[in-house]
Design a protein. Structure first.
Length: 114
């Protein structure tokens, strides 16, 4: 969350760590600078004093970004595999291993993947 006091008001911007695509940091005569890029937004912090505080902040953000886990994409089974599974389930239902309710529930679950 970023807050900037302005003459006659303020600005507030917030976004999740998982939306941060990159950031830049630097040091100038006036102090440290940091720019965040997230979800097509840009937040620029400047005049961070003492400049060493910008380095500490960058270190904390890097650590937090490294800990944000990105969920791996779920694999989608080919339609043929799903149809074969439904046929197997039908065989189990016909042999009495699965009840009609169990078969119907699992069939709906598989069809939702198509």
């Amino acid at each position: 969350m970023f807050y900037a006091k302005k003459f006659g008001g303020h600005e507030l911007e917030s976004f999740s760590y998982k939306n941060v695509s990159s950031f830049e940091s630097g040091k100038s005569v006036m102090g440290g600078t940091i720019t965040f890029f997230a979800s097509n937004n840009k937040v620029h912090l400047k005049w961070i004093n003492p400049p060493d505080q910008a380095s500490v902040f960058v270190m904390v953000v890097r650590k937090r970004l490294d800990s944000v886990s990105i969920a791996p994409p779920q694999e989608v089974a080919p339609k043929e595999d799903l149809i074969a599974k439904i046929q197997q389930l039908a065989g189990l239902r016909d042999s009495g291993i699965l009840t009609e309710e169990e078969f119907t529930a699992k069939k709906a679950e598989l069809l939702a993947q198509i």
